[in-house]
Design a protein around this ligand. Structure first.
Ligand code: MN
Length: 432
């Protein structure tokens, strides 16, 4: 018998897996050759096929209902069920996959029918996204970018009262691995009086966390801050590709438009709130002199447990680096604790006017930069708007992204006494 506080799995590759140990169990949608698109759970180097598991009658009660929903070609129905069936399913998955599971032999007999090697599978968007909203809660990013655009007035006065956001474009969300085509648009060259049309010369990435909505609300019925956590299904990595030259010309007065809507990449695995529970933190104290959030955004429990301690990383791999067999170069290491607002505050604020949120809606947090160099989640910040170049091991330099550049986002949770979990990767290669 295992005496450890942390159970291990009979799926050997799960034990000490950097991303997908037994403690994670994220949900995703996949295909393998010859089979229909379906939902599964990542465990070690395998995907646990929920459709096969349901057919083999492995679950009962609420977990069975949840598994059936999650086994479909999109996770919207599963997200809509809410937190309680999802927890029931997690608990039965944990016991089925535990090294001491009484069902172990029966499951092992199903072999690769049930546990599909991840390397044979293609991942897809986990849900049909009705609406995608991008927030701006990374305060260091907001400060860094604000300084570039408005040196005397980096943070606008609403920032510390309102979780700022704009409505993004759901139709161009794409799963990790999808190539990203450089956009055309209008740009105003320095000193010019009229804009020119052509390919963006200042293509950038943004390091963000994605938030998947679970059960939604009815129009006109806001989600109370106390209940907001129950409406979140899970988390992923999100790269909000940005054409800075288009953005600078178009963003006033209504915010970003074509500079962002050409592509947004996300990682395929939905890491659940349950898997992240050991990595919850107190929301960092606001600096002295900052206002307390208005009452509808303030909840003691959310302040003491609502932040997420997730290490976030950006890496870059150029064509030359790939050809020379070099490893991707780290551009930034940051943390989701750099959020000025919690995820619960984002959900509550989004719905407070009566706006209807639906299962499968996706939020981006905004770029999560840290305060120090080496922690900046975009090239705009690293190069101070293109003033300095980033040096790469090939001798190449970058102010913004060039053709063939691949941006890789990663996330990892680690805490003393807990099993680390990861998010997998969010990759995208620039074409053109
Ligand atoms: Mn963004």
């Amino acid at each position: 018998m295992s005496t450890s506080k942390h159970p291990r799995s009979w799926v050997i590759s799960a034990n000490d897996h950097p991303d997908f140990p037994l403690q994670n169990l994220p949900f995703g949608v996949f295909t393998r050759p010859g089979f229909s698109r379906r939902g599964g759970v990542a465990v070690g180097n395998y995907i646990f096929d929920l459709q096969v598991a349901v057919e083999a009658d492995l679950f009962d009660g609420a977990a069975r209902v949840a598994a059936e929903s999650a086994s479909r070609g999109q996770l919207n129905d599963f997200f809509a069920l809410g937190a309680s069936p999802r927890r029931a399913l997690r608990s039965q998955l944990l016991s089925l996959l535990d090294e001491n599971s009484p069902q172990r032999e029966r499951l092992q007999a199903l072999g690769e029918t049930l546990l599909v090697p991840m390397s044979d599978c293609q991942m897809h968007l986990p849900a049909q996204v009705g609406d995608y909203t991008d927030f701006y809660v990374g305060i260091h990013h907001a400060m860094n970018v604000g300084k570039l655009f408005r040196p005397d007035n980096p943070l606008l006065p609403n920032y510390k009262y309102v979780p700022i956001a704009y409505h993004g474009r759901a139709s161009t969300l794409c799963v990790s691995g999808t190539p990203v085509k450089r956009p055309n648009g209008q740009t105003l060259a320095p000193g010019a009086e009229v804009p020119a049309f052509g390919p963006s010369k200042r293509l950038d990435y943004e390091l963000e966390v994605g938030v998947w909505m679970g059960q939604g609300n009815e129009a006109g019925e806001p989600i109370n801050i106390v209940d907001a956590g129950e409406h979140i299904a899970g988390f992923c990595l999100l790269n909000d590709w940005s054409a800075r030259d288009l953005q600078a010309w178009e963003y006033q007065p209504l915010g970003p438009f074509l500079s962002k809507s050409f592509a947004t990449s996300i990682s395929p695995w939905v890491v659940t709130a349950e898997a992240l529970a050991p990595f919850r933190s107190a929301q960092p104290e606001r600096p002295v002199g900052d206002p307390k959030p208005l009452d509808y955004l303030f909840d003691e429990q959310d302040q003491s447990r609502g932040a997420l301690d997730i290490e976030l990383e950006v890496l870059l791999l150029t064509v030359q680096m790939r050809e020379q067999g070099l490893a991707p170069q780290r551009l930034a290491l940051s943390n989701a604790l750099n959020m000025y607002w919690t995820v619960a505050q984002m959900v509550t604020h989004h719905s407070v006017n009566g706006c209807k949120l639906q299962a499968g809606d996706l939020f981006g947090t905004g770029t999560l930069s840290g305060p120090q160099p080496g922690q900046f989640g975009s090239l705009l910040e690293m190069t101070e708007g293109g003033k300095h170049a980033v040096e790469l091991p090939t001798g190449e330099t970058r102010k913004f992204l060039e053709a063939g550049d691949e941006v890789i986002l990663k996330a990892r949770c680690r805490r003393e006494g807990e099993v680390s979990i990861g998010f997998g990767e969010c990759r995208g290669r620039v074409v053109g």
